[in-house]
Design a protein around this ligand. Structure first.
Ligand code: HEM
Length: 401
């Protein structure tokens, strides 16, 4: 990469640049910060610092894996389009494997295509429309609770955590939040463990014989999640066995259970695949939306002018009626606010792809087994691509161009 003009931090034995990154990540939150949306240097201080030092395309080392950071949207599109089939999802790390297993978000090829088909059946346009009443009911329950707290402070992150848990439980798993409560708690514990181990290198042979306290704990939690998911699956099966229902249902869980009972062994879903898919959807469906809602609420609390515009639009479209999917498509201001919240506070900070075979990307030739790191937060906070973070004081300011 050096000969192609790419610079970066020098490689350190086994750890790569992870120690340096971990040190910066530890120090960043200890520095005072004003109320600003300029969170990039704080959230990803290592990426911010390396961009400033080595440029917007640089090489870093995640352990022994060389990672090329790209921030040019055209190159990012090329990697994600993957027309040459040269890029693939990297193998999930030990801890993320415990969190989402080999579910849709991490799997590839035939298995991805099969699982994706199932997900598409459960989440197509018409079925999403049918989910609206469940979402409305969940929001009503939350707002009812808030009425008794008028004038008092509400911890919205926690409130949205319950709301998003309830919504994904009802819409994908046909159950209430309470049924999935343990799973959500355990997934959160696992994500905290995964987060704090992100830069810890595994030493190949030693790690086969010795496990850290976090590894032992995450295995214990993963086992508990497996058992909890299976209890929910059993309940669904029992409804058919007891004659309370004549099929497993048409929601996501129903389709998974159906595939698990598939007569044709070739197409049958294994228990592990079924559990991994449930974990993926419980996690992705809850955690990400929780983050989006909480940041959107904070932004609206700060920028009351946008709060007024949002309220006026909702009243104009729905009056005093509950929202429906046709009306939601008309909410232009709300869509702008959601998009801008996702830009400033992206719930997923980056996407990584492994290079499956030597490939040309723009002017660069990438070697097999290297990785491409698309730090969403770096792209979203690049003042060259976006007008400086003015949107909430600049009514025009969304996308440049
Ligand atoms: C604002 C909300 C959301 C954002 C910003 C978001 C973001 C993302 C991103 C960036 C990826 C690509 C990851 C990669 O390719 O490495 C992804 C994939 C995925 N997300 Fe989301 N997501 C959101 C909501 C959801 C929800 C609500 C669910 C589940 C109900 C979900 C389930 C998934 C799944 C299953 C994948 C893998 C898809 C595949 O590979 O076919 N996401 N999401």
């Amino acid at each position: 990469m050096n000969s192609q003009g790419i610079r970066g931090s020098p490689y350190e034995f086994i750890h790569g640049n992870n120690k340096e990154a971990a040190q910066m990540l530890m120090e960043a939150p200890t520095k005072p910060m004003t109320l600003t949306h300029d969170i990039f240097p704080r959230v990803m201080p290592h990426v911010y610092s390396w961009i400033n030092k080595y440029g917007k395309t640089y090489l870093s080392w995640n352990g022994i894996r060389g990672q090329l950071l790209i921030t040019d949207p055209e190159l990012v599109k090329e990697v994600l389009k993957n027309s040459d089939k040269a890029f693939r999802k990297p193998k999930t790390s030990y801890f993320f494997d415990k969190l989402i297993g080999d579910g849709l978000a991490s799997t590839e090829r035939e298995k991805w295509a099969r699982q994706r088909k199932l997900a598409n059946y459960a989440f197509h346009g018409e079925s999403l429309k049918n989910m609206t009443p469940a979402v409305v009911a969940s929001v009503e329950t939350m707002l009812e609770k808030w009425k008794s707290k008028e004038g008092k402070e509400i911890e919205v992150f926690q409130e949205f955590r319950l709301l998003t848990s309830e919504v994904i439980s009802r819409t994908a798993f046909g159950s209430s939040y309470l049924e999935g409560e343990k799973i959500f708690d355990m997934l959160m514990k696992l994500s905290v463990i995964a987060g704090r181990n992100i830069f810890k290198a595994k030493i190949p042979i030693i790690s086969k014989f010795w496990k850290s306290a976090d590894e032992i704990e995450s295995e214990r939690i993963a086992k508990m999640i497996h058992d909890s998911v299976m209890r929910i699956v059993k309940k669904r099966e029992e409804r058919v066995v007891n004659g309370e229902a004549d099929n497993f249902g048409r929601d996501f869980l129903g389709l998974l259970v159906n595939a698990y009972h598939e007569a044709d062994q070739k197409n049958r879903l294994s228990i592990q695949d079924m559990v991994d898919e449930c974990k993926t959807f419980y996690f992705a469906g809850q955690e990400i939306v929780n983050s989006l809602l909480a940041w959107a609420a904070l932004l609206l609390a700060i920028h009351t002018d946008w709060q007024d515009k949002a309220r006026a639009e909702v009243i104009e479209v729905f009056g005093n009626q509950n929202p429906d999917s046709e009306g939601m498509a008309k909410l232009k201001t709300i869509t702008m606010i959601i998009n801008e919240t996702l830009r400033l506070y992206p719930p997923i900070s980056g996407v990584i792809r492994e290079v499956g075979r030597e490939v040309q990307l723009g002017k660069l030739v990438l070697p097999t087994h290297s990785e491409v790191d698309m730090r969403i937060i770096a792209l979203h906070h690049d003042p060259y691509l976006w007008e400086m973070m003015l949107i909430f004081s600049n009514p025009r300011g969304l996308l440049k161009g």
